[in-house]
Design a protein around this ligand. Structure first.
Ligand SMILES: Cc1ncc(COP(=O)(O)O)c(C=O)c1O
Length: 365
């Protein structure tokens, strides 16, 4: 165990650490929410108590992200994965064409799914370099009549992040922000749609946030399943069917926790300091290296290797024994990955670096 409270430092890519204060508060009101005599887990989603919870979550997310009035916030299910289908089902509304940037495994999956529904062009890819950088694209790279452009803003598996917002002109830009939402200030008005599974920076798994510009709602084909039409959720305040009530409640608690602590800027500052410290140590070390190009590095997912697959395995096992858990890279690429989302404290990163130094001293003779 690593922390005084008996908790480990969990570097999982998601689900991942949540703010302890939020979980303690949730635990306190777990069986009796604000004196109403029942748990949020038991509560009707049609109750006035739950309506207040979802309204407050919506309001606080809008404040945190400065979401303009002409955008709807939807609380959906199905993870980021279902958005790979919902986006093309709803947004291929004129030409049936969409342009994708393939910057990792999730982006590739999103594009493959979209191909089931329309004419999809991969306008840029970094696959030839094992997704170790973010390609630069210009307005002219996109088809004039594309219905939307899709990017994966942070690539969880390869540890890359867009350092810029592609200029798509009038073409709506769609971004998967599953692994970076709330880690930096974003100009929402530059996007037509933003989606994110909650299980990294927001809440336990179970809710997916969709932020969509209103003029993009209402174009799904009539024959698609009702649940997959954004319009249905927008018109029903995310309560067309039973929503993931408990997860929405925890998300709302996380939003108000962040607001109470000054919003996104101080959190971003800390995220930058945590990531800088870790990358700096990796770059200086003789044992570890980061395969990601410097200008494309993620603040949230720090990928590194020793260059020896057996040593990587030993590292992950020994770290685990010391209470530094889930440091293995994604099963598709191996190596190591430290996911240091918002709730990972600086001490977690410092403890990891201390362990890395000791491991290096022992294993580099
Ligand atoms: C960037 C990104 N997009 C999509 C997904 C898939 O999300 P889900 O498991 O919520 O469907 C993930 C999962 O980690 C992810 O990191």
């Amino acid at each position: 165990m690593n922390q005084n409270n008996g908790r480990v430092y969990n570097f999982s890519a998601g689900p991942s650490m949540l703010p302890l204060e939020v979980m303690e508060n949730v635990a306190k009101e777990l069986t009796n929410y604000k004196g109403c005599g029942q748990s949020v887990m038991e509560m009707s989603h049609r109750s006035k108590e739950f309506q207040a919870i979802i309204d407050e979550a919506d309001k606080n997310l809008r404040t945190l992200m400065n979401i303009p009035e002409n955008y709807k916030v939807l609380f959906l299910q199905g993870g980021g994965t279902l958005q790979f289908s919902m986006v093309p089902m709803n947004l291929l509304r004129k030409s049936g064409k969409a342009d994708y940037l393939v910057t990792g495994a999730w982006a590739k999956k999103a594009a493959a799914e979209a191909k089931k529904f329309g004419d999809i062009k991969i306008v840029a890819s970094s696959e030839e370099a094992i997704f170790s950088y973010i390609p630069q694209v210009k307005r002219e790279d996109f088809r004039e009549d594309a219905d939307y452009v899709h990017i994966t803003f942070n690539n969880t598996i390869y540890g890359t992040h867009f350092g810029y917002i592609p200029d798509t002109g009038d073409i709506p830009l769609v971004a998967d922000m599953s692994s970076c939402i709330l880690s930096e200030e974003i100009d929402v008005s530059k996007f037509g749609l933003i989606y994110a599974g909650a299980q990294k920076n927001i809440a336990p798994a179970g809710v997916t946030i969709v932020i969509i510009r209103e003029d993009l709602i209402g174009f799904a084909a009539k024959e698609i399943p009702t649940y997959l039409d954004y319009k249905v959720h927008a018109e029903n305040g995310s309560m067309y069917n039973t929503p993931p009530c408990f997860t929405i409640y925890v998300a709302g608690e996380v939003f108000s926790h962040i607001l109470k602590n000054g919003g996104i800027p101080p959190l971003h500052q800390l995220d930058v300091e945590k990531a800088d410290k870790l990358y700096k140590y990796i770059d200086e070390s003789k044992l570890y290296s980061c395969p990601v190009q410097e200008d494309s590095r993620s603040l949230m997912n720090v990928v590194f290797v020793t260059g020896d697959a057996d040593l990587d395995k030993k590292f992950v096992a020994e770290a685990k024994a010391k209470g530094l858990v889930n440091l293995g890279g994604h099963r598709s690429i191996g190596g190591m990955r430290a996911s240091i989302y918002n709730a990972m404290p600086m001490e977690g990163v410092e403890t990891l670096i201390a362990f890395m130094k000791a491991f290096e001293a022992e294993n580099v003779k």
